[in-house]
Design a protein around this ligand. Structure first.
Ligand code: LMR
Length: 397
C-alpha cells in the first residue's frame, strides 16, 4: 500500500523548529514558529496556569468522558471571553460552541460544517494568510479563493482592493475568512471602521464571516482585540468564530480551542451545534479534558483571571516594546531603509519585507531563522540578539 506514497517536504513553519535545534551556531536566533518567548528565550508555563493546574489536579474526581461539546464551564466562559458578557447573539441564544483540539481543530470543524451545509462552498482567504488555513479548509472540501489584503509596497492593509474584490467576485453564501487581530503573517489589522465596512458588505452580499482568533490580548487588549468580531457578530445573522488558547494561555501543547457559531435563531444554533458534535464524533469522538479544565479554572476564578490578564498584558507589552526596539535598531544600521511599519503592526508577526534569497542567506550565513515569506516572530528577539539580528539584516540587504 505505502509504495504509492511520496516523502513530503517539511511543513514551511514547523520544519524550521527542527532545523533550528540542529544548528550549533551559538549566536543562532529563532524567529520562526509563533511561540511567545521571554527575554531569556524561554516559553515558560504561565503562573496562572500552574496555579489552575494545581487546583484542578486536587479537585479532579473522575477520568470519565467529558462529553461531545467538551467542558461545560470552558464553553460558557470562552463564549463570554470572545464575545463579551452581554453580546446580543449570546443573550438571544443564537450561539453554539464546541471544544476543539486547538485553533486548528476548530478551523477544521468549521470547514467540515460548512461543507455539510453547502458542499464545495467557497471560502475567501486573505492574501497572505497563515499557511495552514489552506489545508485545513481545502481538505474539508471547500473551494479556496483569495482576496488582496496586504500591500507590500506601503506595508499596510490593501483595504480598497480587499473590498473591491469581495464586492465584485464573492457570491451569496460564500464564506470570508478574517483574522480577528494580530494578523498572521503580516501583523497588519483592520481598524474598527474597516470592520464595520466589511460587516456591511457581508450583510449586503449575504457573505458568511469566519473569524479566526488565535491571539486575543496580544495586540491592544483582550476586549479591544475582539472588538471587530463582536461588531461583526452584532450585524450578521450567521458567523463562525474559531478561538485558540495556545498563545494567550501559553497552552500550545495542550491543544485547546473552541469553535463558536452564531446562527439566525436559537433553533438553527441548536442544529449547528448538534452537527458539530456529530462531526467531532466521527473524527476524535470526544475531546481531551486537561487544557479545557485549566482555562475553565482560570476564567471562573476572579483571582486567577486577574493574574492571567496581568500575564497576557506582560506578554503584549514586551512584544510591543520589542517592535519599537527593532525599528530603532534596523533603521540605524540599514541605511536608506525604513522599518517603521513594524511598530504600527500587532501581535507576534511582521514581514521584514526582504526577498526569499535574503531570508535564506540570513539562515545559512547567520543562523537567523524566519519563515520564507520574511515573517519574523518578534517575540524571538531580545537584548542579547537584537544587535546581531539588525546587523545581519543590514549585511544581507
Ligand atoms: C505559527 O504561525 O507559527 C503558529 O501558529 C504555529 C503553527 O502551527 O504554524
Amino acid at each position: 500500500m505505502f509504495e504509492s506514497l511520496q516523502v513530503l517536504p517539511q511543513d514551511p513553519i514547523l520544519g524550521l523548529m527542527g532545523q533550528f535545534l540542529k544548528d550549533d551556531n551559538p549566536n543562532k536566533v529563532d524567529l520562526g514558529v509563533g511561540v511567545y518567548k521571554t527575554p531569556t528565550g524561554e516559553t515558560p508555563i504561565l503562573a496562572s496556569v500552574k496555579a489552575a493546574e494545581a487546583r484542578w489536579m486536587d479537585a479532579e474526581a473522575t477520568k470519565s468522558y467529558i462529553g461531545g461539546p467538551g467542558h461545560v464551564v470552558y464553553n460558557s466562559e470562552m463564549r463570554k471571553l470572545a464575545l463579551g458578557e452581554s453580546h446580543p447573539a449570546l443573550l438571544a441564544n443564537r450561539v453554539a460552541s464546541i471544544q476543539a483540539p486547538g485553533g486548528c481543530g476548530a478551523l477544521r470543524l468549521g470547514g467540515e460544517l460548512i461543507n455539510r451545509a453547502k458542499p464545495g462552498a467557497t471560502i475567501w482567504m486573505s492574501n497572505p494568510t497563515w499557511a495552514n488555513h489552506v489545508p485545513l479548509f481545502g481538505e474539508a472540501g471547500l473551494n479556496i479563493k483569495e482576496y488582496p489584503y496586504y500591500d507590500r509596497g506601503t506595508c499596510s492593509v490593501a483595504f480598497a482592493d480587499m473590498i473591491a474584490t469581495l464586492e465584485r467576485d464573492a457570491q451569496l453564501g460564500d464564506v470570508v475568512l478574517l483574522h480577528a487581530c494580530c494578523h498572521n503573517p503580516c501583523g497588519a489589522d483592520l481598524n474598527l471602521e474597516q470592520w464595520a465596512q466589511v460587516a456591511d458588505l457581508c450583510v449586503e452580499k449575504g457573505l458568511v464571516p469566519f473569524i479566526d482568533m488565535a491571539y486575543q490580548g496580544f495586540g491592544v487588549g483582550l476586549d479591544e482585540d475582539a472588538a471587530g468580531l463582536r461588531l461583526m457578530g452584532e450585524r450578521v445573522s450567521e458567523m463562525f468564530l474559531s478561538v485558540s488558547c495556545s498563545k494567550n494561555f501559553g497552552l500550545y501543547r495542550e491543544r485547546i480551542g473552541l469553535l463558536l457559531v452564531i446562527a439566525e435563531d436559537s433553533h438553527k444554533a441548536e442544529a449547528a451545534g448538534s452537527q458539530l458534535i456529530n462531526i467531532a464524533r466521527g473524527i476524535w469522538s470526544m475531546p481531551p479534558a486537561h487544557g479545557a479544565a485549566i482555562v475553565a479554572t482560570i476564567l471562573e476564578s476572579a483571582e486567577l483571571t486577574e493574574q492571567w490578564q496581568g500575564e497576557v498584558a506582560e506578554m503584549r507589552n514586551r512584544i510591543n516594546g520589542l517592535r519599537a526596539q527593532a525599528v530603532a535598531k534596523l533603521n540605524a544600521v540599514c541605511s536608506g531603509a525604513d522599518f517603521g511599519f513594524i511598530e504600527k503592526e500587532f501581535g507576534m508577526f511582521s514581514f521584514l519585507g526582504i526577498t526569499p534569497e535574503q531570508v535564506a542567506r540570513l539562515k545559512d550565513k547567520f543562523s537567523i531563522y524566519m519563515v520564507g515569506s520574511s515573517r519574523i516572530n518578534v517575540a524571538g528577539l531580545n537584548d542579547d540578539n537584537m544587535n546581531y539580528f539588525a546587523e545581519s539584516v543590514a549585511k544581507v540587504l
